[in-house]
Each structure stands twice: as structure tokens, then as C-alpha cells.
Design a protein around this ligand. Structure first.
Ligand SMILES: Cc1ncc(COP(=O)(O)O)c(C=O)c1O
Length: 402
């Protein structure tokens, strides 16, 4: 990656008393705080009635039956368990995107499967169906699309490929709780949908995740796998219905969600649309404010879809902007604006290079995007003044280098 020297700009230095704007800071309200206190006072901290309520609420929000969802302690766990529950042959290939968080790929590896990458579309940053088709071999058994930044992947094309080649589909919906594709929620197209409630996500529980599945039998298996492979969960064993012996039916994991986490999630989920509307307004304000800067902006949502507006990503191309992406990140940080990088393409990381021989150049779109991308704050917690500060700072840094 290239660097250029930073030109100091006093024009857009933050006022001395302005606080650091933390990237991805969640909006926590009194309802969550009261529910967590009530949960602690009930002394039922582990998996119990609040997790059951959160599962029911989430199922209703996604238009599913409660028997089609399972709460877990992260999206990483959801992806791992889904891929084990999918029952694929050991070592089978799973096609995913290089423009994702490492968890998508690591979960494939931990499930004893082999990740293969298919490049993204340059404009949408989602996996390119044509590249999926080109990556299919006789060992391919699944596709793991990631609805990047909350924008839906092209699910009609992906499901057509899956049907043609008899592949399972596990959707990574970490960014995409609100996302729809042609009137239908993402996570309901494939065999599994995996959601994240990590602290920066659109609905937060601190750490947390949800598995959804078309087939209820997959959820039954996922629930067993997520709690040690035990046939009954602790809530049912220690409730007031009398002691029930559990049986271990396979070697599972410790991935259950706690009631303490669900206590936050129940109220976060109740406000999911309000927060989405706020992020949409921030997104539109950024689009308007940056229209005349030489930075790349996100593609507009495609027709008949709902974008979850999880990340607002700009592209800083040194040739156009006169400043490298990494120097831009440092300049924002120096001016007290937190930013993110979503993501360096997966093959940029040494582990994947050593294990699979992957080189970033083999997936050029993801490589280029990963070397230029910057995520700006988009939390519903941001005040209008905070957003004004972000806009002024981005514009100031870019203009001072032109
Ligand atoms: C695309 C994607 N997949 C998976 C994950 C993993 O989610 P979690 O932190 O809940 O395990 C993340 C988290 O950032 C993500 O962005």
C-alpha cells in the first residue's frame, strides 16, 4: 500500500473540547438498562425466558416461526454451527467472498470444510454470481454469500446457481437484519441465515448471534450443537417442571446466548426500524454532502430492495484524492473522528496466504476496494452536530490535499 505525507490542515482541526467520536458506538436506551437490571434481580442470567422471548421476537420480525430460529453467542458461532448442521462432506468446498470479516472464512475452516473465494462486484461489493459459477468444482457443496454493508446479494442468481448445482446456501447476514431482496428478508433464501448482535451492529446484545433456517430440523440440530451436543437445554432441566436428565448426542460447542444478552436485544429489536430510519437519514446526508468530492461513494440501493445501511463506506484512491487511504485514516483519527476498514480483502492476511497460497491479486476487485475503503460513523447515536463534524472533517482533509 502506498503512503503520502500528511499535509497539516488547521482549517478542520476539531475544537479542543470536542470528544473523540467513537466508530460504531451503539445507542443504548433506558429500556435495555432496566431489563438487564430486572434480569439480574431475577437471578436467571444464563439461557432462559428472555432468550426465548428474543427468539420469538426475532422470528416474528423475520416472518419466521419460532421453531426456525436459534439464538447463539455470536454470528461466528452461528456460521460455524450452521455449517456443521448442514451435514456437508468433510473437506467439501464452500464458496465465499474475499470482501468479508475473517469469521466467515474461519467458520468454514472450523467446520472441517475448505473455503474458496469468488470475487465481488466492484460497484455493489457483494459476491459476483458469475464469479461463483466460475469457482464451482466437483467438490463444491455450499455457497456463503455476505450481504455486505447491509446491501443484499443478488439472491435470485445465487439461488439459481445453488439449485442448478445442488449446493447449500448459508447467508452471512451479520450486516443485514433489516435487508430485503425483492420483498423477501435475506436469511430466508438459503438453508441458513446467520446474524450478528455484536456491539457495533444494527441490533446489539454486546456479543450475540442468531441462526435462522428454512428447515426446522436444521434448527433442532443447531440448538443441540450450540449447547455441548446435549439433548435438553439447562432452562428445561432446572425449571420448575422437575429434574430432567440430559443426554449428550454429539460433540457440541458452548455457544448459547445468555438472558443477560437477550435482555438488551429485546429492546434493541423493538427499535430496529426507528434506528434504521435514522441511519438512512445520515446516509442520505453523507451522499449529498460528499457528491462533489473526488471520493468513491456507495452505489445507490438497487430497485425493490431494502438496504440495511450498516456501513457507510467511501473510497479514497490516492491518485484522485492526493492522500493515501491509510494517511486519510490517520488524519481522521488526529481530528478525533473514529473510522473503520471493512475490509482488507481476506487474502491480504498472512494466515490465508500460508494455508491456501492465496494472493490478493487473484481477486482484484476485492483487493482494490480493500485498499481504498474507509467506513465513516453511521450509528443512530450520532447527533446532527456529530454528523456535521464528520462531513466537515472528511471534506477538509480531502480538499486540503487536492
Ligand atoms: C460479515 C461478518 N460476518 C461475521 C461476523 C462475525 O460476527 P460476530 O462478531 O457476531 O461473531 C462479522 C462481525 O463483524 C461480520 O461483519
Amino acid at each position: 500500500m502506498t503512503t503520502s505525507s500528511l499535509k497539516p490542515s488547521s482549517m478542520n482541526a476539531p475544537p479542543v473540547d470536542s470528544p473523540f467520536l467513537i466508530f460504531g458506538s451503539p445507542l443504548i436506551e433506558q429500556a435495555e438498562i432496566d431489563e438487564v437490571v430486572a434480569c439480574m434481580e431475577s437471578a436467571w442470567l444464563g439461557t432462559g425466558p428472555r432468550v426465548a422471548q428474543f427468539e420469538n421476537d426475532f422470528a416474528a420480525y423475520q416472518g419466521l416461526q419460532p421453531s426456525q430460529v436459534a439464538a447463539v453467542n455470536s454470528c461466528t458461532a452461528a456460521l460455524h454451527v450452521s455449517m456443521v448442521a448442514a451435514g456437508l462432506e468433510p473437506g467439501a468446498e464452500v464458496i465465499t467472498t474475499p470482501m468479508t470479516f475473517c469469521a466467515s472464512v474461519n467458520a468454514i475452516i472450523h467446520a472441517g470444510l475448505t473455503p474458496t473465494l469468488a470475487d465481488v462486484d466492484r460497484a455493489t461489493r457483494c459476491i459476483d454470481p458469475g464469479a461463483i459459477e466460475a469457482a464451482i468444482t466437483r467438490r463444491t457443496q455450499a455457497i456463503l454469500p455476505v450481504h455486505f454493508a447491509g446491501r443484499p446479494c443478488e439472491m435470485d442468481a445465487i439461488m439459481a446457481i445453488a439449485d442448478k448445482h445442488h449446493l447449500m446456501v448459508i447467508e452471512d447476514c451479520a450486516h443485514a437484519i433489516e435487508t430485503t431482496w425483492h420483498g423477501r428478508k435475506v436469511g430466508t433464501f438459503g438453508d441458513f441465515g446467520c446474524f450478528s448482535f455484536y456491539a457495533t451492529k444494527n441490533v446489539v446484545t454486546g456479543e450475540g448471534g442468531m441462526i435462522t433456517a428454512r428447515d426446522e430440523a436444521h434448527i433442532t440440530r443447531a440448538k443441540v450443537l450450540a449447547l455441548h451436543g446435549m439433548s435438553k437445554d439447562a432452562w428445561h432441566r432446572f425449571g420448575d417442571q422437575g429434574y430432567k436428565h440430559y443426554q449428550v448426542v454429539e460433540a457440541g460447542f458452548k455457544y448459547n446466548m445468555m438472558d443477560l444478552q437477550a435482555a438488551i436485544g429485546i429492546h434493541q429489536l423493538a427499535r430496529v426500524e426507528r434506528n434504521w430510519q435514522r441511519r438512512e437519514a445520515l446516509w442520505n446526508r453523507y451522499m449529498e454532502a460528499f457528491a462533489n468530492l473526488p471520493i468513491g461513494l456507495p452505489a445507490p440501493p438497487s430497485p425493490d430492495t431494502k438496504h440495511a445501511y450498516h456501513l457507510f463506506t467511501i473510497m479514497v484512491d490516492e491518485a484522485r484524492c492526493g492522500i493515501s487511504r491509510d494517511d486519510f485514516l490517520n488524519a481522521m483519527n488526529a481530528r478525533k473522528i473514529g473510522t473503520g476498514v471493512h475490509y482488507l480483502s481476506v487474502p491480504e492476511h498472512p494466515f490465508y496466504h500460508h494455508r491456501f497460497g492465496w494472493k490478493p491479486e487473484a481477486w482484484p476487485n476485492a483487493m482494490r476496494l480493500g485498499r481504498q475503503t474507509v467506513s465513516l460513523p453511521l450509528s443512530p447515536k450520532l447527533s446532527d452536530g456529530d454528523v456535521g463534524r464528520v462531513i466537515e472533517t472528511v471534506s477538509g482533509v480531502i480538499r486540503s490535499h487536492r
